[in-house]
Design a protein around this ligand. Structure first.
Ligand code: IMP
Ligand code: MG
Length: 176
């Protein structure tokens, strides 16, 4: 088991069991909210792919999946510029879109992606984030489905990386 990354110790925040239990709850909630509809889940690469993979297996509805990718504007722990480097391959007009993200932090990334998606005329649009760092919000954006609200701190694991390391860790840790 990985106990540190680049010499920095990891402190357990959410166990694998805790994560999977919460993700199942979100899937059940989405199933209830979208009954009779055929939603499309759009995952934000790379961080959300593990969460999306588990989440969709708890959604008991016909549904589709697609992905977008944003240039990693945070190479380490700093913010910078944003760029869209991969778009969905599905027309979104009239679709029920659920954007799936790993972390809602300052909100700058999601604001950018939301504006792009909303300009395509979806029938509805909701945001589902595994974790929400509410205190750090810089732009006006709110998630509709939140796995865990978290305090300050840089997290890693369950798809979430620190400079591309740690995505394979089954738990979520905070870097000490
Ligand atoms: P925002 O634009 O500040 O909301 O950026 C959110 C994105 O920044 C997330 O999707 C992550 O890719 C990255 N990020 C923010 N906080 C963390 C963290 O604690 N660990 C790893 N990546 C993070
Ligand atoms: Mg991300």
């Amino acid at each position: 088991m990985i106990a540190e990354i680049r010499g920095r110790k990891l402190k357990l925040l959410f166990s694998s069991d805790e994560i999977l239990r919460r993700v199942a709850e979100l899937g059940i909630q989405i199933t209830e909210d979208y009954r009779g509809k055929n939603p499309i889940l759009i995952g934000v690469l790379k961080g959300a792919f593990v969460f999306l993979a588990d989440l969709m297996r708890h959604i008991d509805l016909p549904m589709e999946v697609d992905f977008v990718r944003i240039s990693s504007y945070k190479s380490g722990m700093e913010s910078g510029d944003i760029e869209f480097i991969m778009d969905v391959s599905t027309p979104l007009g009239g679709r029920h879109v659920i954007l799936v993200e790993d972390i809602l932090d300052t909100g700058i990334t999601l604001r950018f992606i939301c504006d792009k998606i909303l300009s395509r005329g979806p029938a509805s649009f909701k945001i589902c984030t595994l974790t929400d760092k509410k205190e750090r919000r810089q732009v006006d954006i709110k998630a509709d489905y939140v796995g865990f609200e978290i305090e300050e701190g840089f997290i890693v694991g369950y798809g979430i990386d620190w400079g591309e390391e740690g995505r394979n860790i089954p738990e979520i840790y905070v870097i000490e």
